[in-house]
Design a protein around this ligand. Structure first.
Ligand SMILES: [Fe+2]
Length: 298
C-alpha cells in the first residue's frame, strides 16, 4: 500500500486559516496504516455526532449515514463505500492528501468524484482543525451524495467551477460563496422544522448546536445572487445561514448560466456576513449579533 508524498503548491485561506494546498492528487487510501488511535478518533467523533444529529440534520443525511454503515466500527474503507455510492448515484470517493487546487477539485466534481482527505485528526483536535480531514470530508459530505438531486447539484457545481475559473477570480469568489453557504453551511426548512445539511455544520459538534439554537446568527431564505454576493467568516461560526426549501430548489436555482449574474455582481458591493437586507431578504430569524467581531469577513 503506497502513500504519496505530499507536495505543497500554495497556501489557501479556508475556514480554519491558511493551509497548504497539495498537488499530489489522488492516492490509494492507506487503510492498513491507520493506527488504533485513528480508528478510535473516528468512533468518538461518529458517536458524538450521531447522538446529536437526529432532529437536527435533515433526514436525507441521516439516511445516508445509515445506508453506508459509517458507524460499523473504525474508519470506513473507501472501496466499500464506493460500491454503495456507485450503484446509487454513480459517484465515487477518491482519497487525497489534502486540499486541491481549484481547477483540480472542480474537475473531480464535474466527473462525479469526491475527493476525501485520507488522514484523520489527532485526539487533541476533536473540536478544532486547521484543514479538512477524513471525518469532515467523509462524514460531513458523503452521505448526501446518495441523494440523487444533491448528487446532481454537486456535479453541476463542479462544471460551474470550471467555467468560473476560466472567467476570472471575481466569478470564482462568487461561486466559492455559493459552496460555502450551501454545501458547507446550508440549512433546509422541512415540514418537521429547520434542519442542517451543510457538511461544515454536521461534522462540528459546536456548530450543530449553534446553527439551529443560537439567537446570534441570521437565518435567511436562500437566494442565489444574494448568497454569491455575501462575504463569510472563516474564523468563527457563521453570522448568517441561508435556508433552502428543498434540494430541488437548490438545483433549479443553479441551473442557469451564471455568466450574466457574475457580470451584474461586479457592479455591486458585497454584503457583510452579518448583514440583513430588510427590503429583500426572506428572514427566518434576524440575529442578535451577540459576540460578533466586526471587520473580519472573508
Ligand atoms: Fe468541506
Amino acid at each position: 500500500m503506497q502513500t504519496a508524498t505530499p507536495r505543497k503548491v500554495e497556501h489557501q485561506q479556508t475556514d480554519r486559516g491558511y493551509v497548504p494546498v497539495y498537488a499530489t492528487g489522488v492516492v490509494e487510501q492507506p487503510w492498513s496504516s491507520y493506527t488504533r488511535t485513528d480508528h478510535e478518533v473516528w468512533d468518538t467523533l461518529f458517536k458524538r455526532q450521531c447522538e446529536l444529529l437526529p432532529g437536527r440534520a435533515c433526514q436525507e443525511f441521516l439516511d445516508g449515514v445509515a445506508k453506508f454503515g459509517l458507524g460499523d466500527g473504525g474508519i470506513p474503507k473507501f472501496a466499500e463505500i464506493n460500491q454503495v455510492l456507485a450503484s446509487a448515484t454513480g459517484w465515487e470517493l477518491v482519497a487525497v492528501e489534502g486540499l486541491l487546487p481549484d481547477e483540480v477539485f472542480f474537475d473531480h466534481l464535474a466527473n462525479r468524484r469526491f475527493p476525501v482527505s485520507w488522514w484523520i485528526r489527532k485526539p487533541e483536535q476533536l473540536d478544532y482543525l486547521s484543514e479538512p480531514d477524513l471525518f469532515h470530508d467523509l462524514f460531513g459530505h458523503v452521505p448526501l451524495l446518495l441523494n440523487p438531486v444533491f448528487a446532481d447539484y454537486m456535479q453541476a457545481y463542479g462544471r460551474g467551477g470550471m467555467k468560473a475559473h476560466a472567467i476570472g477570480p471575481e466569478a470564482l469568489m462568487n461561486l466559492t460563496r455559493l459552496y460555502w453557504y450551501t454545501v458547507e453551511f446550508g440549512l433546509i426548512d422541512t415540514p418537521q422544522g429547520m434542519r442542517i445539511y451543510g457538511a461544515g455544520i454536521v461534522s462540528s459538534k459546536g456548530e450543530s448546536i449553534y446553527s439551529l439554537d443560537s439567537d446570534a446568527p441570521n437565518r435567511i431564505g436562500f437566494d442565489l445572487a444574494r448568497v454569491m454576493n455575501t462575504r463569510y467568516r472563516i474564523d468563527t461560526y457563521q453570522q448568517t445561514y441561508f435556508v433552502i426549501d428543498s434540494f430541488e430548489q437548490l438545483f433549479e436555482a443553479t441551473r442557469p448560466d451564471f455568466t450574466p449574474i457574475y457580470a451584474r455582481l461586479r457592479q455591486s458591493r458585497p454584503h457583510a456576513a452579518a448583514d440583513v437586507l430588510d427590503a429583500s431578504d426572506r428572514i427566518y430569524h434576524c440575529g442578535s449579533r451577540e459576540g460578533f467581531a466586526a471587520n473580519a469577513d472573508t
